[in-house]
Design a protein around this ligand. Structure first.
Ligand code: PRT
Length: 134
């Protein structure tokens, strides 16, 4: 999975300076992080709705859209996939240690990337006129 996300991330970086008239990715970069965040949140909500409705095929499709929009936001925020993998490995290591300890002593120290600000504005979701057809 990490391989395909890394390929997608590189494709997003490569598309960022293309013509916004022909590239969705370039268009998102032109519109900025707020638009990207809205797109990501919309896709997340679609995944949630499809999962609650028990539509596994739609969950798969919307998850692919969600991951695409996530990589766009990572690229915009200066976050690289390996930054995320490192944090995941750190948690895995911590939990590996924690499994050997009593539950009460299991605590994950919070590590925030220095490039990510602690407080983020809350963005309003755009209304979606119609559900997408794939
Ligand atoms: N992996 C993706 C990818 N996954 C999903 N999507 C698009 O994102 C859409 C979902 O987002 P939206 O909800 O915004 O789509 P929408 O409702 O149809 O319409 P819009 O309002 O955005 O036009 C999907 O329907 C896809 O068209 C993607 N668009 C681009 N990529 C890859 O990104 C790279 C750059 O592509 P361009 O952006 O076309 O240059 C290429 O490698 C592409 O394969």
């Amino acid at each position: 999975m990490s391989d395909s996300l890394e390929r997608l991330y590189l494709a997003v970086l490569a598309a960022r300076d293309l013509d916004p008239a022909t590239s969705r990715t370039a268009r998102l970069f032109q519109r900025g992080p707020s638009k990207m965040a809205k797109k990501l949140a919309e896709e997340a909500i679609e995944v949630v709705i499809d999962a609650v409705n028990g539509d596994a095929e739609a969950v798969v499709r919307e998850s692919a859209d969600l991951l695409y929009n996530l990589t766009v936001l990572w690229a915009s925020a200066g976050v690289r996939p390996e930054d995320v993998w490192r944090e995941m490995s750190r948690r895995e290591d911590m939990l590996g240690i924690a499994e050997k300890l009593p539950k009460s002593s299991m605590k994950l120290p919070k590590v925030a990337s220095p490039r990510i600000s602690a407080r983020r504005p809350i963005v309003a979701l755009e209304g979606r006129a119609a559900r997408k057809r794939h």
